[in-house]
Design a protein. Structure first.
Length: 163
């Protein structure tokens, strides 16, 4: 069993695909992640929560026929969130059912993220994810993003990188 930080791309895939109609590559990845976590709680940050909600709402707007859901979300956020209220409630329930550990952002995380941006040339969001994972003492960052592959302080568990 290991402590795993879940990036939003894994969490979104997990929430969207679940057991039914899953891409076979995701099923293997998901199984490996669940085995790695075991009885421990997976870790996320508020940034993961933000990304999951944003990407879900944009996806739902597109499903409803919006031709430019990103612009709609940015310009009409309150309206978009109102329209997605029932879907968001379902999303909250699914996230709550996962019993995730929420890692807070403190000065140590911010300092680590700054360091990762400078030394590892990570973008701000990736640096924040990695910083949260490292500061929490995670063994793995669960992500499809190969930008985490070169980090010295944490390993990535992603599709095709199942050990």
């Amino acid at each position: 069993m290991s402590v795993c930080y879940l990036d939003s791309n894994f969490l979104l895939s997990h929430l969207r695909q679940g057991e039914r109609n899953s891409d076979p590559r995701f099923v293997l990845w998901r199984t490996a992640v669940i085995q790695e976590i075991g009885s421990d709680r997976a870790v996320v940050s508020a940034l993961v929560f933000d990304e999951v909600v944003y990407r879900s709402v944009v996806s739902w707007l597109k499903e409803l026929g919006d031709r430019d859901p990103v612009t709609t979300y940015r310009r009409e956020t309150r309206d978009a969130m109102q329209r997605m209220r029932s879907r968001l409630r379902t999303l909250w329930k699914a996230i709550d059912a996962l019993d995730l550990e929420m890692k807070g952002t403190d000065q140590l995380v911010v300092d680590r993220a700054r360091h990762l941006m400078e030394t590892e040339h990570l973008g701000a969001r990736d640096a924040c994810h990695a910083a949260h994972a490292i500061e929490r003492g995670c063994d793995w960052i669960v992500s499809a993003d190969p930008d985490f592959d070169e980090l010295r302080d944490i390993q990535r568990l992603g599709p095709g990188r199942i050990h």
